[in-house]
Design a protein around this ligand. Structure first.
Ligand code: ADP
Ligand code: CIR
Length: 342
């Protein structure tokens, strides 16, 4: 096998797949048959990839550790001997935008995978169906405010689908990065979304990961949103065994989504800072925050609404992530107020 990354590619998989690393890994396979060529397929096809690497199962992280480890250390800024520690205890932070002037909504999600199943870029159709059944059974046991219904995306009623899309209740087919890795196979078969009756707790089934567990509401109550997620994870963990390893904590498809596998963020309107991208980016960098577009990763910013969230998901705990997000948002709001005054 030749490493055929585009000469313009600056992705981390290319950076760390040195000739000696390629030689050591090119003939290896996990027990389920996942190989290096499959792991880097998306990075090869998309020269603008940032990472360019996906895992096909939990064993990918150990069999191909010679490539995954440096990519993970580079992205998350951790040292080679750092070990992940969870802290999913409830928090009690003040509201970062008590007047409700800037934050439109708050969302915290984690990715989770079941170790007994292949990951989405490598899963077979029948296996994906069995996985969906397992997850839906577990979701049906949720109670109180987490209780809700599962919406299968296989239904043919186009009107229903477009209404659900408008309400942001279902997810789209994966982007070209996920497509090149093989994650869009059979879409929308065996995909769906669980939504609590109050719509604040949701679970995406068989998107980029087996589960995306999401707590979201149109407010700036960061603690409330995080604490609901903590309860949801704990309840689901009673009935499902999530993939993890002692070093990296939770394991999922993309090496950016391991450890806490958590993204905590707000949709925040920053009309003043929008025209000062240097200030906005400096504050984001200082607090290790990532800026995404209004409709998700790699989308545009509409009407000055930014998606601001934690960049690192490994090397710090879940409670560290929300606490740092809180400080970053506070500083952004202070800067925004001063730009609006000028
Ligand atoms: P992920 O969180 O799974 O990494 P995306 O960046 O694609 O993935 O976001 C998924 C969806 O969640 C998008 O539709 C995005 O608009 C929505 N979203 C993200 N953050 C918020 C938020 N704070 N409030 C409401 N919706 C959000
Ligand atoms: C990439 O390599 O760019 C895509 N596979 C997406 C990686 C995850 N997202 C990110 O770094 N923000």
């Amino acid at each position: 096998m030749r490493s055929v990354f585009d000469p313009t590619s600056r992705c981390l998989a290319k950076k760390y797949l040195t000739p000696s690393c390629l030689k050591a890994l090119e003939h290896l396979k996990t027990d389920t048959g996942f190989n290096l060529e499959m792991a880097i397929a998306s990075g090869i096809k998309n020269p603008d990839s940032h990472i360019g690497l996906y895992a096909g199962d939990s064993q990918s992280y150990t069999v191909f550790s010679r490539l995954f480890d440096p990519v993970i250390q580079d992205y998350h800024g951790i040292s080679a001997d750092q070990v992940h520690h969870d802290d999913l205890s409830p928090v009690d932070l003040p509201n970062p935008d008590p007047e409700g002037r800037f934050i439109l909504s708050t969302r915290v999600r984690v990715a989770r995978s079941l170790g007994a199943f292949n990951f989405p870029c490598h899963i077979r159709s029948d296996e994906r169906k069995r996985l969906e059944t397992t997850i839906v059974q577990s979701l049906s046991r949720l109670d109180n405010d987490l209780c809700g219904t599962y919406i299968s995306m296989e239904q043919n009623d186009l009107q229903d689908i477009s209404r659900l899309k408008k309400d942001g209740l279902i997810f789209e087919k994966g982007d070209r990065f996920q497509a090149a890795a093989g994650m869009n196979r059979d879409f929308p078969k065996s995909r769906g979304v669980f939504c609590s009756n109050d719509r604040k707790f949701r679970v995406w089934v068989n998107e980029e990961d087996h589960l995306r567990i999401i707590s979201v509401e149109p407010s700036s109550d960061l603690s409330g949103v995080f604490n609901r997620l903590v309860r949801g994870i704990s309840r689901l963990q009673d009935t499902m065994e999530f993939a993890e390893n002692p070093r990296y904590g939770n394991l999922n498809s993309c090496p950016t989504n391991i450890g806490t596998a958590m993204r905590a963020g707000v949709h925040i309107r920053l009309k003043g800072l929008e025209i000062y991208p240097d200030t906005l980016n400096r504050i984001a960098d200082d607090h290790d925050l990532q800026i995404r577009g209004t409709r998700g990763e790699k989308t545009a910013v509409n009407d000055a609404v930014f998606d601001i969230s934690n960049r690192r998901r490994l090397g710090l705990s879940e409670t560290d992530i929300v606490t740092r997000l809180f400080s970053g948002i506070r500083e952004l709001i202070t800067a925004e107020k001063s730009k609006l005054k000028n």
